[in-house]
Design a protein around this ligand. Structure first.
Ligand code: DWN
Length: 406
């Protein structure tokens, strides 16, 4: 068996965990198939909430080696994400320069993917180094001039990197089982001299609940964060969060800044903690409401695709995203309703979406398929995807928060 069950909260250690959502068993979202496989492995998707600190988490942890050794997701495919990385590098440079005079600071990016973020730091005059466990991505980053330690973030890899001024971790913290060790190892690398800081971006549970983004629940995402549990855990580890920003990327997240080196707490931290409390995120009803809210999409999306098929309309998916593949499985959408998903990531093309068995095809396939409807499976990049395809004259299906036709 390639997974283990969660028995205690990974943030606070409490065993007081309550299940609030069960989405059944689905294949791994990025486990793209070379050919049809009727015995594809499936793993449970259940959400638990910690009664003590309010961290939400999956009930199982699939082995990271199985998930990430060869990972098809390339950050650089999206211009929106590249713009986000550019703005992030500029903003961190400005915050760091308020605090220290250091020239050419060193930034380490954990789970640096193809080097998308580090490229922007480099352009801002930083020295850069990546840590990336996926061999294909680490090799690509190296090819692009980004020095990369080809490994997960653990004691051995941490020992191989120098002390630094900034550590970034975007879209990886939610994927990590032992988040306490992750922070401890990062904290030990931050230089006192430059008041080094750890900057982490994670999807935000408030955005997930408000936007009905249940498709972002899949095996790679082990935790679903509010600020509350993070503030408590980071403070317990001696690396307090001193600033938080809400960020629009990937449907809405938070960027947290933490450091062991005595930064004054910004009002943004208390403000968001109060908002979480006032909006009921520490109350059970909020979780039950989210769980029942997903039913409309699970009912309406297959119904819409079925009725379009009956009317002889062609539907093509756009963006073989992990969330899109998960959505197809949660909604039981088979290839007879939609047999092609377009994706511009070469590593994904020619493969089948696990479970729903649609062929992943390059952009040029749009001209052959001539879709009447495009299902935006990467709805987080709707603007970019619509801009690229509007010449096709198709209508768009946006699956969440409610199934909508544009
Ligand atoms: O945390 C995670 C997030 C940040 O990224 C991971 N666990 C995996 C991944 O999730 P995802 O696959 O749901 O991410 P995206 O970025 O929403 O995926 C978009 C997909 O669409 C990619 O496969 C690239 C593709 N795409 C494209 O073909 N043309 C995207 C854009 C913007 C495009 O123009």
């Amino acid at each position: 068996m390639n997974y283990k069950r969660v028995t205690k909260c990974r943030a606070c250690g409490s065993r007081n965990l309550v299940k609030y959502l069960d989405l059944g068993e689905v294949p791994l979202a990025n486990g793209l198939q070379e050919s049809f496989d009727s015995s594809i492995e499936k793993y449970p998707i259940e959400m638990l909430a910690c009664i003590e600190c309010h961290l939400s988490m999956l009930s199982v942890v699939v082995s990271p080696e199985k998930l990430y050794t060869n990972y098809p997701y390339h950050s650089s495919v999206s211009q929106t994400f590249k713009d986000h990385c550019r703005a992030m590098a500029v903003s961190i440079k400005s915050i760091l320069s308020e605090k220290s005079e250091i020239k050419n600071p060193l930034v380490i990016d954990i789970a640096s993917n193809d080097g998308c973020l580090l490229k922007e730091f480099k352009a801002e005059g930083f020295n850069v180094m990546g840590v990336e466990p996926s061999k294909n991505l680490a090799a690509e980053a190296e090819k692009n001039g980004i020095s990369t330690v080809d490994d997960f973030w653990h004691e051995d890899s941490a020992a191989r990197i120098p002390a630094c001024d900034v550590i970034t971790a975007t879209n990886v913290f939610a994927h990590v089982d032992d988040i306490r060790t992750f922070v401890k190892l990062a904290k030990e690398k931050l230089r006192l001299y430059s008041k080094g800081m750890l900057v982490i971006e994670v999807p935000y549970l408030m955005n997930m609940f408000e936007g009905n983004q249940f498709d972002t629940i899949y095996h790679e995402h082990l935790s679903y964060f509010l600020l509350g549990p993070l503030v408590a855990m980071f403070s317990d580890l001696g690396c307090p969060i001193f600033r938080v920003e809400r960020i629009p990327i990937h449907g809405g997240g938070i960027r947290i800044y933490s450091s062991p080196w005595g930064y004054e707490e910004d009002p943004s931290v208390m403000k968001l903690l109060c908002e979480e409390r006032d909006k009921g995120y520490y109350e059970a009803e909020t979780y039950d409401r989210f769980a029942s809210g997903i039913e409309s999409v699970v009912r309406d999306l297959p119904f819409l695709l079925f009725s379009l098929l009956e009317k002889g309309k062609k539907v093509v998916g756009y963006g073989a995203s992990a969330k899109g593949i998960s959505l197809l499985n949660y909604c039981d959408i088979e290839s007879r309703y939609m047999n092609v998903v377009i994706d511009e990531t070469p590593d994904k093309q020619g493969k089948l979406t696990p479970g729903s068995n649609a062929v992943i095809a390059p952009f040029s396939q749009f001209e052959i398929e001539k879709p009447d409807y495009i299902l935006l499976l990467a709805w987080n990049f709707s603007k970019e995807l619509i801009e690229k395809t509007k010449h096709l004259g198709a209508k768009y299906i946006i699956p969440i928060p409610t199934v909508t036709i544009l």
